[in-house]
Design a binder for this molecule. Structure first.
Ligand code: E4P
Length: 215
């Protein structure tokens, strides 16, 4: 499973990229609004940091508007992937963009049928939101497993991005369930990297080493 970062914060993207773990970035209108910066400028900075798919979401609700928004975004860089909501209009936009060779990431996926429809419309990626399903007492990771099984049975090459990841266990579970990618907030990377036994181990090694220096 590959790691994407779910943020529009360039500093966080840079810090995750420096760890050498990052294969891509996802943004959404809420994440972009949080930064309060020009979207196109943010995308131009991100493509310089990460050499992988960078999802940029459209906000129109009709297919024509989505495609009109998508075209200049896709012009920014070959790695820009257009994020489109899972609606009838979204599917139409995905189909039209695929015909132009523009990759899409269908977002707000909450069922296996939605994922299957998005894949058949020509999406390069689908983003099932596991945390938001957990929030309403539905097992989000089970949805990842269902989609992975269906895509495998039918030889579908659309990649599954486990989205709405809230904690390290989601990451492990998504990997076991067959997600190709998890898009993870920076704070969760911070949690994933740490283990108290690692910290204690380093302390003990350094203490023993300093004893040797004193001899
Ligand atoms: C996916 O690409 C979305 O940006 C994101 O994972 C949404 O997560 P949230 O439910 O934490 O807002």
């Amino acid at each position: 499973m590959k790691f994407f970062i779910d943020t529009a914060n360039v500093d966080e993207i840079r810090r995750a990229a420096e760890m050498g773990i990052l294969s891509g970035v996802t943004t959404n209108p809420s994440l972009v609004a949080k930064e309060g910066r020009d979207f196109v400028q943010v995308l131009k900075e991100i493509v310089e940091i990460v050499d992988g798919p960078i999802s940029a979401e459209v906000v129109s609700l009709d297919a024509k508007g989505m495609v009109e928004e998508a075209l200049p975004l896709a012009e920014i860089h070959k790695n820009i992937v257009i994020k489109v909501p899972m609606t009838v209009e979204g599917l139409k936009a995905v189909h039209q963009l695929a015909q132009r060779g523009i990759r899409t990431n269908v977002t707000l996926i909450f069922s296996a049928n939605q994922a299957l429809m998005a894949a058949r419309a020509g999406a390069a990626f689908v983003s099932p939101f596991i945390g938001r399903l957990d929030d309403i007492s539905v097992d989000g990771v089970e949805l990842i497993a269902d989609i992975a099984q269906i895509f495998d049975i039918h030889g579908i090459e659309t990649e599954i991005i486990a989205a709405s990841v809230r904690h390290p266990m989601h990451v492990t579970q998504a990997a076991k369930a067959g997600a190709h990618i998890a898009t993870i907030p920076f704070a969760v990377y911070d949690q994933m990297v740490k283990h108290p036994l690692t910290d204690r181990g380093i302390e003990r090694f350094l203490a023993d080493w300093s004893k040797l220096q004193k001899k």
